[in-house]
Design a protein around this ligand. Structure first.
Ligand SMILES: Cc1cc2nc3c(=O)[nH]c(=O)nc-3n(C[C@H](O)[C@H](O)[C@H](O)COP(=O)(O)OP(=O)(O)OC[C@H]3O[C@@H](n4cnc5c(N)ncnc54)[C@H](O)[C@@H]3O)c2cc1C
Length: 346
């Protein structure tokens, strides 16, 4: 199957992940987003015997990385495989999944009410793990190179570009910092503004000059690659330079629309503000992964998810003491125990 365009990832409904339970049943926890953070959280919540539903549109960024090299315990694994394993692991602990996209959220009397095009859902605790969208550069045909020779993150992929020809595409301070950071891996680093005017700070401009980083201002008109491995970039009609790897710094769009409608606090960039337990400013509402200020890495997103799940579980436990639902559960246990101890009728 050909890989879909980065900007329009089609996700066929998978029988295995279709809604598996009545959507309108009230859950203890709903996790929106079944990527690295959401899956990790759901494994913890499943193992805590919580009634948890993961609602996922199936567009985890992890699927774009064919060779993850920085996930603890796996020297090489694809992002797709990590997601598949996480999904299987969560299902093993009774986590239910719905393949769906939530378009509306509000809370009422301590219950979160969610809507997709066709279903409604509700839960007493909500975890948002909807991630981010990295804007790709405006370069024709570059999609085929994503994850192979075009990257968004130097912390994930700097190691791979050692001693190769690297192009940073961007006009901002981040582009300059990427170029300087990549100098640790290779001597051949160039910046291209792709027709944009540099808007980096005077200090960054001074660094560009001090470190003698070449800057191309012309629009990029073509990229030559073989199965996603870049060979060369063309500027205008005929100027070409050899490029093995490209990093882009156009920016991120955080999937925070639902959080905004719930009234949660966001920072200047649009990331959800969370405390050390991944709690947002709205009681009962948690967030984890790249939709928060976590450095956007798989293992960090997964760790965030686990932290959120632990806090949610604790929160529900405290609620069960406050509302005496744990006592009712205990009374039922004791009644069953007594019945089991009755001598068998002759
Ligand atoms: C090309 C590429 C290469 C990468 N390589 C690496 C790497 O080598 N190492 C590394 O550590 N990181 C890498 N990353 C980053 C990594 O993919 C992310 O850090 C990680 O996936 C973030 O996890 P997350 O759970 O926050 O978001 P995601 O994994 O993106 O999951 C978010 C999920 O939420 C769903 N969703 C969003 N909105 C809704 C909604 N309204 N309703 C229902 N579902 C919704 C999405 O469909 C998606 O499935 C790479 C990213 C890219 C793009």
């Amino acid at each position: 199957m050909t890989k879909p365009a980065y900007s329009e990832i089609p996700q066929p409904m998978d029988a295995d992940t279709a809604v598996t339970a009545p959507p309108n049943k009230q859950r203890e926890v709903i996790v929106i987003g079944g990527g690295m953070a959401g899956l990790s959280a759901s494994i913890y919540l499943g193992r805590a015997l919580r009634d948890v539903l993961v609602i996922d549109a199936g567009e985890s960024l992890a699927r774009w990385e064919p060779d993850v090299q920085n996930y603890f315990g796996f020297a090489h694994i694809s992002g797709e495989e990590l997601i598949k394993r996480g999904h299987e692991q969560a299902k093993h602990y009774g986590v239910e999944f719905a393949k769906d996209e939530i378009i509306e959220a509000h809370s009422e009397d301590g219950v979160f009410r969610l809507k997709s095009k066709e279903h409604t859902y509700s839960a007493r605790r909500l975890l948002l793990a909807t991630g981010v969208y990295h804007l790709p550069p405006r370069i024709p045909e570059v999609d085929a190179c994503i994850g192979h020779s075009m990257f968004f993150c130097k912390d994930c992929d700097g190691y791979r570009v050692q001693d190769r020809q690297v192009l940073i595409v961007g006009t901002n301070d981040v582009a300059v910092e990427y170029a300087l950071g990549i100098l640790l891996y290779t001597a051949s680093v160039t910046i291209a503004t792709n027709g944009g005017t540099p808007n980096w700070s005077p200090q960054h401009d001074a660094w560009v000059k001090e470190y003698k980083v070449p800057v191309y201002l012309e629009p990029i008109t073509a990229v030559e690659h073989e199965k996603g491995c870049m060979n060369c970039i063309q500027f205008g009609a005929d100027k070409r330079i050899t490029v093995d790897f490209l990093f882009t710094t156009r920016g991120d769009v955080f999937h925070n629309k639902l959080a905004r409608s719930l009234g949660a606090e966001l920072d200047e960039e649009g990331q959800l503000v969370v405390d050390h337990c991944q709690r947002t400013s709205v009681p009962g509402f948690y967030a984890a992964g790249c939709v928060t200020p976590a450095n956007c890495q798989m293992i960090i997103a997964a760790g965030n998810g686990a932290t959120a799940a632990q806090a949610i579980n604790r929160d529900l436990f405290e609620e069960s003491l406050a509302t005496h639902s744990l006592r009712r559960h205990r009374e039922k246990q004791l009644r069953t125990e007594q019945t089991d101890l009755q001598p068998a009728p002759r």
